[in-house]
Design a binder for this molecule. Structure first.
Ligand code: GLY
Length: 401
């Protein structure tokens, strides 16, 4: 063997061994976190089962009690989804049994037409249930939910309306057709419905929504506005605002995470390189931001006025980590994204963010925020932070490196 061949061989071996080492440490990390999750959520499941009720957990009330929700709450798909991820991770029947009960308890959401979150609600519950059981009756629910969501599509603007403007605080904002960046997360339901039904209408709506959002929701630095309001006849943009961020011109942390995740899904489903480029640009905005802390868990808004004395949002971090594991499979920046995702997960699993066993009302992660401007869910656990943390663990486990 010539010297140059020996050198190549040695470097090759070192590369393989390093990759194996990383694989091994990811495996240890995933297993340790799953052990914790099994015990923590297992305790929650036992407590729920003692009540004899089907309870769907969201967060903690101000009085310290656990907040259980009805099916119309926008987060009602996450706790069922948590059951499905636990079943997938452990193959233990108890998660599947409660997953079925919880999932089927929100079945009527397939007919919900008064807001856009039906994608989250049905995707995380029935979507996972269908993926893991192949139960054909769930196909119908997914397609019906996509039909319901499609009633909110406004062809003149090429967008699916997020919120109705007739009630509560929304009626005071002067919006006609508000669309929030979070709505990118509902598109997966459309893609799934087309795959199941063969009806391309859903796919077309998803693509139009993604294209319109790409055109109007992003600033030059690829941060996004939270709310863009449309004229439904002409498609003109009427206003650009925030609802959950610090100000109209700020970058609300969870919004940036929803955008990153949403365009990663759109690239997976369409292979349109513009979506990949946008997802990479959003990632770049997040990770180059001078206000992103070293542990990569963002403040609730990148422009919050009192950084570093502002709350973090673990939910935004968990969503980002999960999105990055997927994006790493499509991008030339694979190593960079894996490194960032691993770092986020390490931070989330540290004692700063991960609950002690038996504490935190048996949720996994601490330190998320729902909506600071509304004074709601300030520095609490949230079911969607736990959901995306478990999803990120699954994606970490399945990495093909
Ligand atoms: N989709 C609502 C939120 O992220 O708070």
């Amino acid at each position: 063997m010539r010297l140059i061949e020996k050198v190549i061989l040695v470097f090759g071996m070192v590369g393989i061994l390093t990759a194996c080492g990383q694989d091994k440490s990811r495996e240890v990390f995933v297993n340790e976190n799953l052990e914790f999750a099994s015990s923590q959520i297992g305790l929650h499941l036992e407590a729920i089962q003692k009540t004899g009720k089907i309870l769907n957990a969201r967060t903690i009330h101000e009085d310290g009690s656990t907040r259980y929700i009805g099916m119309h709450d926008w987060t009602s798909g996450f706790f069922p989804g948590i059951m499905w991820y636990m079943y997938e991770h452990t193959n233990d029947r108890k998660w599947k049994d409660y997953g079925i009960q919880l999932t089927e308890s929100i079945s009527d959401i397939q007919y919900l037409t008064w807001h856009h979150d039906v994608g989250f609600m049905i995707g995380c519950s029935f979507g996972n249930a269908y993926r893991l059981t192949g139960n054909k009756t769930y196909e119908k629910v997914i397609v019906q939910a996509a039909k319901s969501l499609s009633t909110r599509f406004k062809p003149g603007a090429g967008i699916t309306q997020s919120w109705n403007t007739t009630n509560g605080w929304m009626s005071k904002r002067g919006w006609e057709c508000p669309v929030i960046i979070d709505n990118m997360m509902n598109l997966e339901l459309f893609f799934d419905a087309t795959r199941i039904s063969g009806d391309s209408t859903f796919y077309d709506i998803a693509v139009q929504h993604a294209n319109t959002t790409m055109k109007n929701h992003f600033r030059e630095d690829f941060s996004s506005w939270h709310v863009v309001d449309y004229d439904t006849i002409t498609g003109a943009v009427r206003q650009k605002n925030t609802a959950q961020g610090y100000s109209d011109e700020s970058a609300w942390a969870r919004g940036q995470a929803w955008g990153l995740y949403g365009y990663t899904v759109c690239y997976r489903e369409t292979k349109n390189p513009e979506y990949l480029e946008l997802a990479e640009n959003i990632a770049n905005f997040i990770f180059m931001h001078p206000n992103l802390p070293e542990d990569l868990i963002p403040y609730w808004d990148y422009n919050a006025p009192n950084i570093p004395n502002e709350l973090r949002d673990a939910s935004a971090a968990a969503i980002t980590a999960s999105a990055l594991y997927e994006l790493s499979a499509y991008s030339d920046k694979k190593e960079e994204y894996l490194e960032k995702a691993d770092k986020i997960m390490e931070s989330l699993a540290s004692p700063v963010y991960r609950a002690k066993p038996g504490e935190n009302n048996l949720f996994l992660l601490k330190h998320s925020v729902g909506s600071i401007p509304h004074g709601a869910e300030i520095d609490v656990p949230l079911n969607y932070a736990d959901y995306y943390f478990l999803e990120a663990l699954k994606r970490m486990k399945e990495l093909d490196i």
